[in-house]
Ligand binder design. Sequence first.
Ligand code: GLY
Length: 349
Amino acid sequence: MQNIIISNDLSADMKRVLEGKNTEQIFILCDENTARLCLPRLLEAAPQLKDRPVKVIGAGDAHKHIDTVVEVWRWLQEQGATRWSTMINLGGGMVTDLGGFCASTFKRGMNYVNIATTLLGAVDAAVGGKTGFNFNGLKNEIGVIRESEYVVEDTTFFCTLDRANLISGMAEMLKHALISDEQRWKELMAYDMDTFDLKALSPLLEKSINVKEQIVAEDPYEQGKRKALNFGHTFGHAFESFTHEIGRPALHGYAVAWGMVAELYLSYVTLGFPKATLLEATHLIREQYGKLEFGCKQYDHLYELMTHDKKNVQKGEINFTLLGGIGDIRIDQHVSRQLVEEAFDYYLG
Ligand code: GLY
């Protein structure tokens, strides 16, 4: 399993991460936001990194591109990195995915450490070894699955995030609770998403990451059980693409939260998922994430977007991960088009 450190003392934990490493062979990757907002805190906690080279890449998905990969490879080469070097990726999912890919391919693979600076990244992208970049209009089209040596998570980095980004990350935590057990779900229901106390979040984050860790340990290459992590994402990706098309891009977690409402409905109709939990989740998600506005005229297009999502389509059929109950994961489920439309109706309420 990956070494995942939920840190309460970044200084001590960075000492542990850096132990036995030649500091001269450490390279730091940031984006323009984390260079400004997070790097000073890292260097304060780990002063031995103060003189190490830092590469700053553009922030945002548009930079998750082969040109940035080439830029990072070139920088590593110019800085004299070797197969025994370590790259520290300080950032959200874009930095950890792209940095993980660069490290995994440079000189046939050097170690890397992910320090997650967003809640969404901490709970999802930084863990589990998926790395890569977008190519030819498709997200994460090129990449490898190769785990980082360490993942360091410190909720104090999240104090620079606005509420929208915090609840975007929380959506993946809600997903982890739904695919694991009642206890986790109840604990999250009891968490106050209005005040978002980061200290109180830390133990919940740890439990949430454990869910992903266990699943990845069982199925690192997504042959079966790892598909559970796609819960909410089949409708979610269609909703996300739709918001981009209409020029009002939603944060990933919002789209996943909306997608979970529709997929919980399908779970209820086809597998007897408990109605009370469906209603509880629907209420929470509507309250916290609002609702994407669309009408029945858009159903055809949304359905088409679902059929074009390579991640969730196999042999021409849309593949859902659904739930028979909390923690009762059913992968590779198929439902009729009519039921998908019913789920849109339910979503729109
Ligand atoms: N983000 C889903 C996974 O890592 O499999």
